[in-house]
Structures are given as C-alpha cells and as structure tokens.
Ligand binder design. Structure first.
Ligand code: CMP
Length: 137
C-alpha cells in the first residue's frame, strides 16, 4: 500500500465539481485516509509550491491556489502515486486523455482542477504540509 496527497483546487470547488471528483477517486479504488476543506493564504501556497518558485507561473499559481476553498486529502492504494496521476491526466487539460479528471473538469493548464504528488518524497512533504500525524492514524 502507498499513500499520496491530493488537492481539489479552487476552480473545481467553485464550479461544484468536488463531489464528482471525490466519487471518481473512490471508484478508482483509493481509500480516503484524511480529508479537509480549507482555504490557504498566498504565503501558504508559496510554501507548498516552493519547488516552482523560479517558474514564470509561480505568482499566478499561488494567487489562484489562495483564491478560494480547496479540499486536501491523503489517499491510499497500491501504486497510489502513479495511479492518481493516471486518473488525473496531463497537467494541461488540452493534452489529457479522455476519461481523466482534468479532461472532464479542468479549464486550463493553471486552473487544472486537481493536484497529485509526483513522487514518494514529494508525497511525504505534501502530506506533512497539510496533515499532522494524529490525523493519519
Ligand atoms: P500541479 O500538478 O498542482 O503542479 C504545479 C501546478 O502549476 C500545476 O498543477 C498547474 O496548476 C500549474 N502549472 C504548471 N505549468 C503551468 C504553466 N505552464 N502555466 C501555468 N500554470 C502551470
């Protein structure tokens, strides 16, 4: 079993897609270990996405991520990291495969509905950024 971290982003939450996305995640066999709705500040978004701090889209991305409620969650299944990324589809919804969450629910490369950790180290950092150990017991 492996754990990954995911966020339903402000665009998807605003459009009322949170329930549909959660249903897709459960249907794909993920167990929801922890989940919470919250809003983050721009500074908190900058801390989460610090690996992208030199990228040209960093300011816009962190403004977007702090623009409204999100749903943060820890998900578990065999190959959770790779399987969630498959279920999400490509970062740019224009390149995402049919049937993927981003193909169905994302509007643009930035406002792309969902985040999922891209590796084991990242998953560990991201889970720890949003959840305390007692919330994962
Ligand atoms: P995510 O998987 O959360 O990881 C980094 C985020 O940056 C990505 O999803 C998009 O929301 C955003 N992003 C990545 N590339 C670009 C880009 N070229 N322009 C704008 N936003 C981007």
């Amino acid at each position: 079993m492996q754990r990954t971290f995911s966020i339903i982003k402000p665009d998807a939450f605003r459009k009322g897609y949170a329930g549909a996305i959660l249903a897709e995640i459960e249907k794909a066999g993920f167990q929801i270990i922890a989940i919470k709705k919250l809003s983050i500040s721009k500074t908190q978004a900058e801390g989460f996405y610090y690996v992208h701090k030199e990228r040209p889209f960093f300011a816009s991305l962190t403004t977007f991520m702090s623009s409204g409620p999100i749903i943060a969650m820890v998900l578990e299944k065999d190959d959770a990291i790779a399987d969630l990324r498959k279920l999400m589809g490509a970062t740019n919804p224009a390149n995402a495969e049919e049937g993927t969450i981003r193909k169905k629910y994302a509007g643009s490369i930035e406002e792309n509905a969902i985040h999922g950790s891209d590796g084991e180290d990242t998953a560990q950092f991201e889970i720890g950024y949003f959840f305390a150990g007692y919330e994962l017991a």
